[in-house]
Ligand binder design. Sequence first.
Ligand code: IPE
Ligand code: IPE
Ligand code: MG
Length: 245
Amino acid sequence: MVHPLPADLDPQRLPKHIAVIMDGNGRWGQQRGLPRIMGHQKGVDTIRNILTYCQDWGIQALTVYAFSTENWRRPPTEVEFLMTLFEKVLRREIKIWAAKGIQIRFVGDLTSLPYSLQEEIQRSVIQTRHNSGIQFTVATNYGGRQELVQACRAIATKVAAGELKPSDIDETLINNHLYTHGIPDPDLLIRTSGEMRLSNFLLWQMAYSEIYVTPTLWPDFDKTELHQALLAFQQRERRFGKATV
Ligand code: IPE
Ligand code: IPE
Ligand code: MG
């Protein structure tokens, strides 16, 4: 069943790309006297739900922040739980996502993830790469600064080899060396759990994203919350530096 777009949303003015900082899982667990990891577990249901609504409502790209380069600082048990969870979810969901035409992609330094997770990631990317539905990107071991560092290294290597001149370096060239090449910049950033910061997410790409923060914790973020975020987005005036006359 395809869910129709709510009547008060203008289908012509939807964000093409929504980025989400899925925050508040730990607090969701703690508030219920449960371990933090229960919040992560519940957060997976939210991902499934929001991905479905984004696809049905005609959003072309959704990027979710699943694990930051800073999240290794958490207790090893929580990190291990998350890595295992990612693998399990991928193994379980990929067939369904593939059948729905979803194209999955991962951004971040995947080389330091557990090997079995890397394999699952590769399998899922290959399995869905020719799909033409929503582009679903999962930021895993992702850091905006790390991404820029690896882009600089790749460009510098080409300059040193004589393949590029320093004057060839422009915004397009930098874009092409980011993990996100081929994905349009996010129009809307949603952050749950009330925190008003970027936490090293898509620093280059979000130069002109509209930011929407909700106090709702990620496991409680639902269709109504997504609807609210889209309504708020449609009320924004995106100026991109221009003056309004
Ligand atoms: C976000 O929820 C999920 C990840 C970072 C993996 P948190 O785990 O950060 O939840 P809070 O912010 O501690 O409540
Ligand atoms: C950002 O959330 C990272 C993810 C959602 C994966 P954090 O909970 O790690 O961010 P901080 O530490 O509050 O900035
Ligand atoms: Mg957090």
